[in-house]
Design a protein around this ligand. Structure first.
Ligand SMILES: [Zn+2]
Length: 327
């Protein structure tokens, strides 16, 4: 009987603030992990060195050599090209433009390195070993400062020819809504991201609606965060509950479109706001039921992500193993 050698992959989640790196085996089991500050302002070389050292560190923790890695995956803010491995433009990384990140890291390893965007990496983590494990058709919606996503059709990550698919945050929801970073008006991101939620909260609070949120931010609206809105909602604050419900309402409108378009089995909500529970999930489900065709609406499950902060790094490793499978 042939005994298969175990396979290892390192995954890196390169964030604007933190670099999270993990080592997993071929089934996605987490073997070791490390975190460090990105400090993108210190330059590309510094960040590349930190990535390389973090990969060496997770291998060291698990007592394996980097030569034993089957693949290395990196999830980075984009836009980027998975084909050339170049980060085209990343405002979150001290305005990187055309940085050949894949090749800069590749120089340090014999193992193949693969670069994908951070939203796809987090989505892949949930698809591979998270809430979507075993499900072939699903959409992951990432709620953070912005809104991103990743979609899986018939068990495959769908990137599109230019690596720009899954941009659910830029689905137009309000005809003349707030101006979006992309230049359009009324994109989902302007209304339902953490930033959109805080902006709507500030708008209401300026009108003098009484709320616990004013105490939480010590009456300084510049200090208000999405977490404070959630905390106020948990204490029964009517305005905060309404703001979260409205967030779910907007996401639900976009989700109803996705349900009609893709007939997914599951929609996974990922990111800080996904902890808002039923305040957020009930209106999402309600809008899907109200607006989508009955058959796909009855099938789709809307659930929170389960991997937490490691999803991006685990997913980056998973994508690398998919691109460079063990021989
Ligand atoms: Zn937009």
């Amino acid at each position: 009987m042939q005994i298969l050698k175990p396979s290892y992959a390192a995954g890196v989640d390169l964030g604007g603030t933190t670099i999270t790196t993990v080592l997993v085996n071929e089934t996605g089991r987490l073997l070791s992990q490390t975190k460090c500050l990105t400090e993108a302002s210190l330059g590309v070389d510094t960040v590349v060195n930190k990535i390389v050292n973090s990969i060496k560190e997770v291998c060291g923790q698990a007592h394996i050599e980097t030569d034993q890695l089957t693949a290395v995956g990196i999830g980075s803010p984009g836009p980027l090209s998975t084909k050339t491995g170049i980060v085209i433009d990343a405002p979150n990384l001290n305005n990187w433009v055309n940085v050949p990140l894949r090749d800069l890291v590749q120089k340090h390893f014999k193992t193949n390195v693969f670069l994908d965007n951070d939203a796809n990496a987090a989505a892949y983590g949930e698809f591979w070993v998270g809430a979507g494990k075993g499900i072939d058709n699903l959409m992951v919606i990432t709620l953070g400062t912005g809104i991103g996503g990743g979609m899986f059709i018939d068990g495959k990550l769908y990137r599109g020819p230019d690596d720009t698919s899954g941009e659910i945050g830029h689905i137009p929801i309000l005809l003349n809504g707030p101006l979006c970073n992309c230049g359009n008006r009324g994109c989902l991101e302007t209304l339902a991201s953490a930033t959109g939620l805080v902006n709507r909260a500030i708008h209401s609070l300026r009108f003098g609606v009484s709320s616990l949120m004013m105490d939480f931010c010590e009456k300084d609206l510049n200090k208000l965060t999405a977490k404070m809105v959630h905390e106020a909602a948990l204490k029964g604050d009517k305005l905060a509950i309404e703001l979260l419900r409205e967030t779910g309402f907007y996401i639900g409108i976009a989700a109803a479109g996705i349900v009609n378009l893709l007939n997914p089995e599951m929609i996974i909500i990922f990111g800080g706001l996904s902890g808002a529970g039923e305040f957020l999930f009930a209106p999402i489900r309600e809008e899907i039921k109200k607006r989508a065709f009955p058959t796909p609406a009855a099938r789709v499950k809307v659930v929170p992500a389960i991997l937490g902060n490691n999803a991006g790094a685990i997913g980056a490793a998973g994508i690398a193993l998919m691109e460079f499978p063990p021989q």
